[in-house]
Design a protein around this ligand. Structure first.
Ligand SMILES: [Zn+2]
Length: 324
């Protein structure tokens, strides 16, 4: 007889300092005769403005297809599938999670939740041939990890990932202030095949830098930027990423500065050349958690998805939502 680990998700509530499953009796998922329990997830499909109810496993397929290129190694896709399912588990009302909306557990909007699209939309996006070649790989990655999530101390882990770390992943505390025991910096040269691994030069006119600082509420005219008033690095993380800059007497987080300028990473340096700021930017993304190109690199070296996950999330375990 299988039963759901409600206690596990209750612990999640405790871990986040949130109320438990809000006092109501747990609602058990539909259980077809003789089969695995089916978990349904309500997804707000932002592109259409509708709520779609579907099997969690089908949802995970749509997420993996949107969040990682299907060209990645199978074990890397499996690692991504476990992360997608873990993220969902933290959001699903039926599991005592914290939903993103009143009318849905998650949204398909990548700015709010992990990206998702229905299979028909993915087919249209990829084209028929690419879909025929790649979709079975996504299905296999999800089916071979069916019902598995990443846990820490018996609660679903906070799962974050990025494209390319560029040599070292970043500790959560150096990006978002909050320290998380399993989101620490680890060395990673598994992503050296990424197009973002080596530093790339990005030239931005000082007028655009001035505008970007304006969006952060800091008024610095171009003339000031050109004559010694350009932002200076005031804090660097142990991995060399820009943690904080000072400009116009204000301190701003490296992450905010990077986002305002539309740069790929805070692993950056810069110099002023005439009317331009010339940035050298290495890696792609915040650098915390799983490096996706790194996961692909590990998969290509024969590592399994459990090895990949325990490398990027040390101290976590792959656990079944349903246990025997
Ligand atoms: Zn990496």
């Amino acid at each position: 007889m299988k039963r759901i680990l409600y206690f596990l998700l209750f612990l999640l509530g405790v871990y986040l300092g949130l109320p438990g499953p809000r006092g109501q009796s747990p609602t058990f998922p539909t259980r077809p005769l003789g089969g695995d329990p089916l978990l349904r997830i309500d997804v707000y499909y932002a592109e259409k403005g509708t709520v779609v109810r579907l099997d969690l496993e089908e949802y995970v397929k749509g997420v993996v297809a949107c969040e990682m290129p299907a060209s990645a190694g199978l074990e890397a896709l499996k690692a991504q599938a476990v992360l997608a399912r873990t993220y969902a588990a933290r959001k699903m009302r039926i599991l005592g999670g914290t939903p993103s909306r009143e009318d849905a557990d998650v949204t398909s909007d990548h700015r709010q939740d992990q990206a998702w699209a229905p299979v028909e939309a993915i087919k249209e996006r990829w084209g028929a041939v690419s879909f025929w070649l790649n979709w079975p790989k996504i299905e296999r990655a999800v089916e071979e990890t069916r019902g598995l999530i990443l846990t820490y101390n018996a609660a679903p882990a906070e799962v974050v990932y990025h494209s390319t770390c560029g040599g070292m992943t970043e500790a959560a505390k150096d990006v978002w202030i909050k320290d998380v025991p399993y989101l620490q910096s680890v060395p990673c040269n598994f992503c050296s095949h990424s197009p973002y691994y080596n530093a790339q030069t990005v030239t931005i006119p000082l007028s655009r830098v001035s505008e970007a600082l304006g969006t952060l509420g800091i008024a610095v005219p171009v003339s000031t930027l050109a004559s010694g008033g350009f932002p200076v690095v005031s804090q660097v993380s142990p991995t060399g990423r820009v943690k904080e800059v000072m400009v116009g007497g204000e301190r701003i987080r490296g992450l905010e500065f990077r986002m305002a300028l539309g740069l790929r990473s805070t692993n950056m340096s810069w110099a002023i050349r005439g009317n331009n700021a010339v940035f050298q930017v290495k890696g792609y993304g915040h650098g915390v958690g799983m490096c996706q190109y790194g996961a692909d690199g590990m998969a290509r070296q024969g590592r399994t998805y459990t090895e990949i996950l325990s490398y990027y999330f040390p101290g976590t375990k792959v656990t079944a939502i349903f246990e025997e």
